[in-house]
Design a protein. Structure first.
Length: 260
């Protein structure tokens, strides 16, 4: 007896597994994930090496605290997490894991808006600000603020996802920014900044309440968090539209098979 199509069995499109993607596409996607993830993590490590050299030249004594400050930056944490998730996703593809586990999709969604926001804020507001000579590795900076946002956005748009990605999943994008803000404002008053000679440390000047008070800082944090959540919902919407298009194409092919 020949197998019947989903239309003949009465299954709804949501119950039908998405068609397997071509093997060459899967291999290319896996290679792209591994390359992008590896480049992102390498950029962080290379910038740290340059920062260590810069701190040594200007006579920084508490290097351990400066390393902690380095990894307290929102961009650095987001890039490290995003790079690790891309590498995990690439390995799973090479191992033939299908469909992709839901937890990986949730993690990808969780870091996507944070990396996009970091790139957008840097390129719109911070790129023109001067930096001390020898403190910044230019190619690593471009990877973190240009290449990484493009890579994670493309990966989200073209990589396979599990079915039934609901809009409420988008709220996961608030977890990392909220946790980071809480960590930053608790740690800030407790940590001296040897470079700027202050008794407090905030990784970005616009988060320093000593400059203009708490009101503009809180306003900016709320605006950026709202922007990240909007991006999260937009990412889910983009996936749902793409899934709808794939489902309609699949149903059209199955209808053609039935008629034949």
């Amino acid at each position: 007896m020949s197998a019947r199509t989903p239309l003949e069995t009465g299954e709804t499109p949501s119950a039908v597994a998405a068609p397997t993607m071509p093997a060459p596409f899967i291999r290319a996607l896996a290679a792209g994930r591994l390359a992008a993830g590896g480049l992102m993590i390498t950029a962080i490590g290379s910038q740290l090496v340059v920062s260590l050299g810069y701190w040594h030249r200007i006579g920084i004594r508490d290097v351990g605290l400066r390393i902690a400050d380095f990894f307290s930056a929102f961009t650095h944490q987001g890039i490290l997490a995003g790079g690790a998730i891309l590498i995990i996703g690439g390995v799973l593809l090479l191992r033939g894991t299908e469909p992709m586990p839901r937890w990986l999709t949730v993690l990808r969604l969780a870091v996507l808006p944070s990396i996009l926001v970091a790139g957008i804020v840097y390129n719109l507001l911070l790129r023109q600000l001067p930096v001390p000579p020898g403190s910044q590795l230019d190619w690593a900076n471009e990877v973190m603020h240009v290449v990484a946002p493009i890579a994670v956005a493309l990966d989200w748009l073209i990589a396979p996802h599990p079915a039934h990605l609901r809009f409420r999943t988008a709220w996961v994008v608030a977890v990392f920014p909220v946790a980071w803000v809480a960590y930053t404002f608790v740690r800030g008053p407790l940590v001296p900044d040897e470079i700027n000679r202050t008794q407090f440390f905030y990784p970005y000047g616009f988060l320093d309440p000593h400059a203009a008070g708490w009101a503009p800082v809180v306003q900016l944090v709320v605006e950026l968090l709202a922007f990240a959540v909007i991006l999260g919902f937009a990412a889910v919407l983009a996936w749902r539209i793409e899934d709808h298009v794939r489902t309609r194409r699949r149903r059209a092919r199955e209808s053609d098979i039935v008629e034949a």
